[in-house]
Structures are given as structure tokens and as C-alpha cells.
Write a protein that binds this ligand. Structure first.
Ligand code: 3PG
Length: 306
């Protein structure tokens, strides 16, 4: 089988070597297609692929139409909002992710972002400490739990909410359950967002929620830019000069935000939460193994378009 590793943002060399080893040991061929310039290049590259490993690469209906032999796409990572699931299902293509494999890298970045903002983006102005502050975690999945455990170890009070988890699971994960999302925001010096981008969550964090945060609070987004209502964020930062926003997923209105709010806003130029050597290896090798298992015995354990 031909397995296409299509990563506009490449994995570390060691991760690519590990993926190749797993794929070739199972008798398949790996074609590495990195740093491609445009979506039309991806459409051309998938023509004879039987399987794909991707990151945030966009597997659209057009890509799926062009991939006549494609049977499985594995998103080496957690969020699969970059894959057109209905189109994949219509084409009979299995879509999987690799849950948990890159979570630690993202969790570490979320913590780093809190400290970076607490210390005024590492400028000499007097900052604050995160010890003793309250962290609210919005969605208590793989990343949220790790953020909570690390924050607790640094002396933060950790609270969380997750629409898919009962309170006892939040308690079991070491956090205090919030009564509602509004209450979580109202009681947290830092809120760390870990929700996926879905039709229900897109644009769901806006002015009303953000302005519930207490004085001097910081909103940390290592999830997806789409979950923020950007106009609402801008207005919240305008009306509340004490609030801060940091993101690993730059908002479309970043230039305006930076001009208006200076050091109260920061965004990474390119999403890099999962960009550690360890996360590349974990997610990349898991994706390769999942594809090998799929072709060996039809295993679809991590399928997300069932
Ligand atoms: C994920 O959903 O796993 C993260 O956002 C990482 O995305 P990336 O593979 O594009 O870095």
C-alpha cells in the first residue's frame, strides 16, 4: 500500500524515520510530502494514496474526490476539524485520530503561556505569580487533565467543567467541578480552553463569557481559534483593560488586537503546541501503527466517523 505522509508543518526527522520504519516493516511504501505550497498540490499528491497520515492538513471533499484509492486517513493528533468527515464517510474512507499522543506538549505550552502573561511577556515590568491563583479548565480531556495536574503542582487551585463528564470524574481527575461555564469563567484568574472546534463550539466564547472573568484575568487558548467570537473578544479587551488573551492559534484580528492592546495580547505565529520532538514521535508512530493495523486486520479502534 502507498501511505502518504502529508504534513504542511513537518514532523521531526526522527519521527519521520520512525514512521517509515513501521510502515516499511509491514510491507508498505511511505511517500513523504512535506511543506507543500498549496491545497492543489495536496489534491494532486493523493491520487494514488491508499492511506494518509496528516496533521492540521485539510482533507476536504476535493481531496477525497481526487484520492480514488484512499481507505484510511489518520490525523496524527487530537482535533480532526480539518477533515470533512461526512465526505470521508460518503467515500467509504475511515478517519482516525491519535488521542492523547501529543497532549503533554500542548499542556506544557498552556502552562508556559500563563507564566509568560503573568510576567508581562518577559519584560522587566513587575508581574505576578501563578501560585495561589485559580485556573479554570474548559473541557477536561487528555490535555485539560494534564494542564490541571501540572497547575496543581505549581500551587494553583484547579477547577474544571466538561459537558461530557459528570462531576465525580472531574473530582477524580484532581479538579473541583464548576457549576456552569459562566461560573467557571467568573471564578478563574486563568481560563485554559481545551474544547474542539465543532458546530456547537465555534464562536461560543465571546463578550459575555470573557467579561465574567475576575479582575486581571487571562484567557489562554491552545485549542482552536474558531471557538472564539473575535469581535466579542476585541470588545471585551476594550471594555476591560485588566483582561489578557494569549493563543497558540492566532485570531484573524490579531493585528488590530496587538495595536490596540499591546502586551495584553499574544499569539504564536504558527500553531506549535504539539510541536515537540516527543509529541511528533508519539503521534506520528501511533498513526503509522494504526494504519498498519487497519490493513493487517481491519482494526478501526480510533475511528471518529463511525
Ligand atoms: C491537535 O489537534 O492535535 C493539535 O492541535 C496539534 O495540531 P498540529 O498537528 O497541527 O500541530
Amino acid at each position: 500500500m502507498k501511505i502518504l505522509l502529508a504534513t504542511q508543518k513537518p514532523f521531526a526527522v526522527a519521527a519521520v524515520a520512525g514512521i517509515r520504519q513501521i510502515v516499511e516493516a509491514a510491507g508498505h511504501d511511505l511517500v513523504v510530502f512535506e511543506k507543500y505550497a498549496s491545497q492543489s498540490d495536496l489534491v494532486a499528491a493523493v491520487a494514488d494514496a491508499d492511506a494518509m497520515i496528516i496533521r492540521s492538513d485539510k482533507v476536504t471533499a476535493e481531496v477525497l474526490d481526487a484520492a480514488k484509492r484512499l481507505r484510511i486517513v489518520v490525523r496524527a493528533g487530537a482535533g480532526y476539524d480539518n477533515v470533512d468527515l461526512p465526505a470521508a464517510t460518503a467515500h467509504g474512507v475511515v478517519v482516525e485520530n491519535t488521542p492523547g499522543q501529543n497532549s503533554n506538549a500542548v499542556a506544557e505550552l498552556a502552562l508556559a503561556m500563563m507564566i509568560f502573561m503573568a510576567r508581562n511577556q518577559f519584560t522587566p515590568a513587575t508581574g505576578s505569580e501563578i501560585q495561589g491563583k485559580t485556573l479554570g479548565i474548559q473541557a477536561f480531556g487528555h490535555v485539560g487533565r494534564l494542564v490541571g495536574a501540572k497547575a496543581a503542582a505549581l500551587g494553583m487551585k484547579v477547577r474544571a467543567i466538561d459537558p461530557f463528564l459528570p462531576a465525580e470524574k472531574i473530582v477524580g481527575g484532581g479538579a473541583e467541578p464548576a457549576a456552569s461555564l459562566e461560573e467557571l469563567y467568573a471564578t478563574s484568574d486563568y481560563v485554559s480552553i481545551h474544547i474542539p472546534a465543532t458546530p456547537e463550539t465555534i464562536g461560543s466564547i465571546g463578550y459575555d463569557l470573557i467579561t465574567k472573568m475576575p479582575k486581571g484575568a487571562t484567557l489562554v487558548n491552545t485549542a482552536r481559534k474558531e471557538v472564539i467570537d473575535e469581535a466579542g473578544l476585541e470588545k471585551a479587551l476594550e471594555d476591560r483593560p485588566d483582561l489578557k488573551y494569549i493563543a497558540d492559534v492566532a485570531p484573524d484580528n490579531l493585528a488590530v488586537l496587538k495595536e490596540k492592546f499591546g502586551l495584553r495580547v499574544f499569539a504564536t505565529p504558527k500553531k506549535m503546541g504539539a510541536q515537540s520532538a516527543e509529541a511528533n514521535l508519539n503521534a506520528g508512530l501511533a498513526a503509522a501503527r494504526q494504519i498498519v493495523a487497519f490493513f493487517a486486520d481491519g482494526c478501526t479502534r480510533f475511528q471518529v466517523n463511525k
